[in-house]
Design a protein around this ligand. Structure first.
Ligand code: FAD
Ligand code: EPU
Length: 336
């Protein structure tokens, strides 16, 4: 009998089989027993994936656990099982007075997924704390340790060279003891760097996130649906002449990052609904499953948003969420 695929969008989608694994050996076994006959996909919590239809294969849910912490004079070194919950890891470190992950509090998903899209929030990206990523090469059972993840904005080597045939099994994180608070983003700027603690930042980030991002357990969603577009500074400056209040984030190489949520909001799309899918009222970059949405409702809504933003600003939005078809990942840009 087909089984329901876990996903934070709360979409009702099925796979031939959904298998939870708790060790690399088990993961390898499931892969070896099935790869010749069926498509296989590994997931954490399905918080960054849009299953556009049922999956004609096996979904492996990674629950490889374990956190070990060692220290040197300079830093704490964490080795974390890919199936640990990211936010639990952040909470654990803060409780143990190990600072460094506080800006990344409350990001859903598993630790193994953090390097894949180089998770980021409130001025910090995973790459800042990355030490190494341990991959299991599924065809051989070999373990590969990657120390250069070639990280970028929502990018890494794990979305390229290591996209197929590899599973993240452990993640190494390095947190220097010489802690420097990162207070560059939004309301965090109000903190006094001389007295702020990691716990204060952790609490504030949790508070801000709860005020605008819907809890997937209450209202299904996949976080930001699109990436913030990075465009030529010259083009951004032209837009700024027309929209002087437009938020911008200057980047290297004469590029400027825009806030996709602001662009969507300016199109008047907050709360806009197609079928059961809607633009979130508190954050226009988040699409929510308001009323038993189907994947096609979400896709239609995303298409509409993309079209409106292109018409109004001549800016192209590209999905952040990974689109999955019946046998594996599909090109999200082409699909919209
Ligand atoms: P999944 O959706 O399960 O998987 C994502 C991709 O990684 C899939 O392609 C999957 O095949 C692959 N994958 C997963 N595990 C493995 C593995 N062990 N080995 C190989 N491949 C694997 N992201 C941010 O960066 N910043 C945010 O602030 C943020 N906020 C969010 C808020 C909400 C409310 C939600 C719902 C999402 C948010 N996200 C954010 C997106 C999401 O939380 C992250 O992308 C997270 O890292 C995804 O984790 P996951 O385990 O659910 O990944
Ligand atoms: N804005 C609006 N209207 C909206 C939404 C946003 O005007 O409906 C404006 C805000 O006022 C702000 C700017 O747009 O000036 C940016 O908004 P916000 O700070 O909420 O962040 P974001 O750019 O929408 C990004 C990440 C989030 C991350 C936050 C905080 C992307 C695609 N998204 O969102 O990550 O948590 O910054 O750092 O980069 C995710 O990846 O799933 C995610 C939630």
């Amino acid at each position: 009998m087909k089984q329901k695929i876990p996903n934070t969008f709360g979409l009702t989608v099925f796979a031939q089989n959904v298998v939870t694994v708790t060790s690399p050996e088990q993961l390898q076994q499931v892969w070896q027993d099935n790869y010749q006959n069926l498509p296989i996909m590994i997931i954490g919590e399905g918080s960054n994936t849009l299953f556009t239809c049922d999956f004609d294969g096996i979904i492996i849910v990674n629950r490889i656990k374990g956190i070990t912490i060692s220290e040197t004079e300079q830093a704490w070194h964490l080795k974390v099982g890919a199936g640990e919950t990211w936010h639990d890891l952040v909470s654990t470190t803060i409780k143990q007075n190990i600072p460094g992950l506080e800006n990344l509090a409350l990001i859903p998903g598993c630790v193994g997924s953090a390097p894949i899209q180089n998770i980021g929030a409130y001025g910090v990206e995973f790459q800042k704390v990355a030490d190494y990523v341990e991959l299991l090469e599924l065809a051989t059972g070999k373990i590969i340790t990657v120390t250069d993840g070639q990280y970028g904005y929502r990018e890494s080597i794990f979305k390229k060279e290591y996209l197929q045939g590899y599973a993240v099994i452990n993640v190494g994180i390095k947190l220097p003891k010489q802690w420097q608070p990162v207070l560059t983003y939004g309301e965090l700027r109000n903190f006094d760097p001389k007295i702020v603690t990691a716990k204060m930042i952790f609490d504030k980030v949790c508070e801000i996130r709860c005020s605008k991002l819907p809890d997937p357990k209450v209202l299904g969603n996949g976080g930001s649906f699109f990436k913030n577009p990075v465009i030529d500074k010259i083009v951004a400056d032209k837009l700024l002449e027309i929209y002087p209040n437009m938020p911008i984030y200057p980047q290297a190489n004469h590029q400027t990052k825009l806030a996709a949520g602001w662009l969507i909001d300016q199109c008047g799309l907050k709360s806009y609904q197609i079928g059961g899918a809607a633009v979130h009222q508190q954050q226009a970059l988040v699409l929510v499953n308001k009323d038993q949405a189907t994947a096609q409702d979400v896709v239609e809504l995303a298409r509409h948003i993309k079209k409106c933003v292109l018409q109004k600003f001549s800016v192209n939005l590209s999905p952040e969420i990974r689109f999955i078809g019946n046998s594996g990942e599909i090109d999200a840009d082409n699909y919209l």
